[in-house]
Ligand binder design. Structure first.
Ligand SMILES: [Zn+2]
Length: 148
């Protein structure tokens, strides 16, 4: 059985429909009512399975589309991000400003996650995604006003 959500899986489900056609043809187009019921049930099952596989395939395509959009954003951001201390920042005229992004997530997967202040701690920032912790002093908020 092929992996779900693939073209191969869809083709596999359609084999069932081809099998029904073969049975009807081989009977000389003359089937008993009970046999006809059975092959029609097989045909319905094949069509249902094909529908399910197409839905799964659609999900796979939508995931890939989302990944392409995200990668495009990463390319756009790549030229506009600068590392400072332990974080990455957007830049204005080449100077970093604003809230820092997790350097681990950016360098590993090109994902941008703002660091959050750790609850009950002024000295520690944490990435909501990878849970890495950073010293707040090494990942400050950089005011855009001081940049210009
Ligand atoms: Zn992270």
């Amino acid at each position: 059985m092929p992996v779900h959500g693939t073209v191969e899986a869809v083709m596999d489900t359609l084999e069932g429909a081809k099998e029904v056609a073969k049975v009807i043809r081989q009977s000389g187009y003359l089937l008993e009512k009970s046999d006809l019921k059975r092959v029609l049930a097989d045909l319905t099952a094949s069509v249902s399975e094909a529908k399910m596989e197409l839905t799964l395939l659609q999900d796979v395509i939508e995931e890939k589309d989302a990944e392409l959009i995200r990668m495009h954003e990463a390319i756009v951001y790549r030229g506009n991000l600068k590392r400072r201390g332990d974080g990455y920042y957007k830049t204005l005229d080449g100077r970093p400003f604003g809230q820092p992004y997790c350097s681990y997530c950016w360098e590993k997967d090109s994902h941008l996650f703002h660091l959050h202040n750790k609850i009950l701690s002024r000295d520690t920032r944490v990435c909501p995604h990878c849970k890495n912790e950073y010293q707040a002093v090494r990942t400050p908020f950089l005011d855009a006003v001081n940049v210009a």
